[in-house]
Design a protein around this ligand. Structure first.
Ligand code: MN
Length: 284
């Protein structure tokens, strides 16, 4: 199975949430673009209508993955016990929600908050995160799931900025069902090149985000996708790839400000996603 047959897109490309109407719009768009799956944002896992999403996925022949980003009030890398506990509840609920829509993974940033930190992580805060993520991995194992930890840039977390950070963190949890989730947009800011981190992870690379440095059309920025795709091929990567893109005029204020999306780089999600699929097909 080539990479394009395992290509999906992030749910926030079509809409800013996952109400029934937004789920329907998103899943229909993804099916029309010929994608394998949609990554469903589970930021509010309590509000998910899993039966509705599952029904649509079945009808449209799509798979789903689930993703979560924690906030400052639910930061499992905090040293405040009540904040860590709130994060643990959110993470465990998101895991159940991802399972309920048939996802084999939970991806995203749930080892810390997704925010700009004023300093490096504390030893105690990192230990709290290792403990909670390790606990979530044990629950994931009972559900037959794998946790994939997204490595993001230093303005969005202070904990996992490189593949090496993630590998060390996973080792510290002592769990074997946690893998690395690399994103080309973040790699482009932190890694020495686009192949070394892929090779460093090897069979511990579980999931990838395909995102251009502009957050727009693939090929419109500085990411060396040729090198990245060749490295995936070299290690025999058989996980899922998910296209991600954000543009100012289509983002809610909340998502725009969280991810610092100030530029308008695209307007038509269907055109953008079809272009992404073609780009992956011709470059892999
Ligand atoms: Mn990403």
């Amino acid at each position: 199975m080539t990479l394009v047959d395992r290509l999906g897109a992030h749910g926030l490309i079509w809409a800013n949430g996952w109400s029934s109407e937004e789920a329907e719009l998103t899943l229909r768009g993804a099916a029309e673009a010929g994608l394998h799956h949609v990554e469903v944002p589970l930021f509010d896992p309590w509000s998910l209508d899993a039966d509705h999403t599952r029904g649509l996925l079945g009808q449209l022949g799509l798979a789903a993955t689930g993703s979560l980003a924690l906030g400052p009030d639910t930061d499992v890398s905090s040293t405040d016990r009540s904040v860590v506990d709130a994060g643990r509840r959110q993470l465990m609920k998101a895991l159940e929600a991802a399972h309920a829509i048939g996802s084999a993974y939970l991806c995203g940033v749930y080892y810390s908050a997704l925010c700009r930190y004023p300093g490096p992580p504390s030893t105690a805060g990192r230990a709290n995160s290792v403990a909670v993520v390790g606990e979530a991995a044990q629950r994931a194992r009972e559900l037959g799931m794998t946790l994939v930890l997204e490595v993001v840039n230093r303005y969005e977390t202070n904990l996992l900025n490189t593949a090496e950070d993630a590998l060390r963190f996973i080792d510290d949890t002592g769990q074997d069902n946690i893998a690395v989730h690399l994103d080309t947009y973040h790699m482009n800011m932190h890694e020495k090149n686009m192949s070394r981190p892929v090779r460093a992870c090897r069979d511990r690379l579980g999931y990838v985000h395909i995102r251009e440095s502009t957050s727009g059309y693939l090929g419109s920025g500085t990411v060396d996708f040729a090198e990245f795709f060749a490295a995936l091929e070299d290690i025999g990567f058989d996980g899922l790839a998910t296209f991600e893109a954000f543009t100012y005029s289509r983002c809610s204020a909340e998502i725009r400000d969280l991810l610092c999306v100030w530029a308008d780089t695209w307007s038509d999600p269907d055109h953008l996603v079809r272009h992404a699929r073609d780009f992956v097909a011709v470059n892999t």
